[in-house]
Design a protein around this ligand. Sequence first.
Ligand code: GAL
Length: 450
Amino acid sequence: MERRATIALATIAVVVLAAAGCGKKKSEKSAESDKSAEMGKTTEGGNTAEAGKTEESGKSGGVDLEVTHWWTSGGEAAAVAEFAKAFDATGNHWVDGAIAGSGDVARPVMISRITGGKPMGATQFNHGKQAEELVQAGLMRDLTDLATKEHWKNIIKPSSLLDSCTLDGKIYCVPVNIHSQQWLWLSNKAFQDAGVPVPTNWDEFVKAAPALEKAGKVPLAQGQQSWQTTLTFQVLLVAIAGPEAYNKVFGEKDKAFAAGPEMAKVFAAADMARKLSAKSTAQEWNQATSMVIKGEAGGQIMGDWARGEFQVAGQVAGKDYTCLPGLGVHEVIQTGGDAFYFPKLQDEAKSKAQETLASVMLSKETQVAFNLKKGSLPVRGDVDLNAADDCMKKGLAILAKGAVIQAPDQLMSPDSNTQINDLFSEFFKTPKMTPAQAQKRFADLVAKAK
Ligand code: GAL
């Protein structure tokens, strides 16, 4: 049942994606059609007319491998280029399959490609439950032999990262980073313009908001896509009620707690965030980050992938912007992130190239180069991070202390996460929905979440 729903969703998303393309500017359109033309050229899995053929990359023994992901912002593109460079250096060729519009748009497209018999060579998912049905359906490669040969269990830290790639004792993905959404990113300029000090925690941020407004700034930049409004809520939950409360709600699905007084405080804070972001019309997360970079907004609650945007804009942590893990209250790192899965292919050369790509993604050099640009932390502790900036150092220190929580994707099914996303999207768009009404609906969703 659930699977059929996912596949139906995938079909709708393909149509929506196609329709979304219609509204685009000409230059954007042609850049995208160039990309799709390139994507279309790639043949995978013996499922197309070109079945069985191996596309030579020009270097002996190399093949083209299409890799799909939703990394299209400036920082993300810079990071993904490091993977492409490292893979190309093996004599193979990375065929970039970027899908714009964030994970919620990209994932249904990826799923429909795989279930529809047109698999790519490799694809991003947040490890945890997102790809579970594809694994259960036997569509994804079992990487256990490679993982054993390369001692992934010894090198990948914390072990929960690899656990989220494991089903019935077999490993189906390679984790490439640790991404945490538990951050507040602040524009030092915005606070300077407003004549108030840069806040050191959420309460100070709320107190500084009137001064920001007076100076013509939007206090809180907030992308309106549903996953982003939920992200804000989840980060407030950890900051206001603590990591244990987060585990009770998202891990244990404790309805009574979700409906109780501790959580009422979190909904009050979410109501405040809604008010502080009322004038933020950005849709994409990186548009909201850009408001912070320019000093038009005071701050943004967002994952550490935002760090990549500040970097591309030439801004320096501690000088131009400030990052507060756990909103400066409960400093925790979420140990979710991105992983690559490898659909089963009929082509031997491409299957071999999949293994090469998995190894390359985990190599020490690639881990450093990729994660420095991506804003994430490496999945192995034995790498040289001399080049880490202030914010990355803060993240590493929290990780070393073991102050970690799991990501929602590791704790809840995609369907349950989507229902919660829909609720928060509505809450942020509907000022007349009271925090109490939202909390009641939330508690009901938590009760039936899987
Ligand atoms: C997350 C992903 C990050 C980042 C973010 C925004 O799902 O884990 O790597 O890309 O989406 O696109």
